[in-house]
Design a protein around this ligand. Structure first.
Ligand SMILES: [Zn+2]
Length: 82
């Protein structure tokens, strides 16, 4: 199941961006979209992100499931390694 969530800082509450990926596939690569830039970084794990403002630990907020059939074409940037 594909999920999309805001990356929020425990310390300062800043939303650094959004992650998107397959929660049920541990080998899946998660994409990270910084909130203030356009560069997309590939992340090895979901826990490899730090707050872009203060460097603090982050958690996933506003988690939403993405249904490929419901929003066709929107998640075509996601690739998984099977
Ligand atoms: Zn922070």
């Amino acid at each position: 199941m594909l999920l999309r969530a805001d990356v929020k800082c425990y310390y300062c509450g800043h939303v650094s961006g959004q992650v998107q990926g397959d929660y049920e596939d541990p080998r899946a690569r998660w994409s990270f979209q910084p909130a203030q830039g356009s560069a997309i970084q590939r992340l090895p794990t979901r826990t490899g992100i730090r707050c872009l403002r203060c460097g603090g630990p982050v958690f996933l907020d506003e988690i939403e499931a993405i249904h490929p059939r419901a929003c066709s074409g929107e998640n075509t940037v996601i690739t998984t390694t099977h």
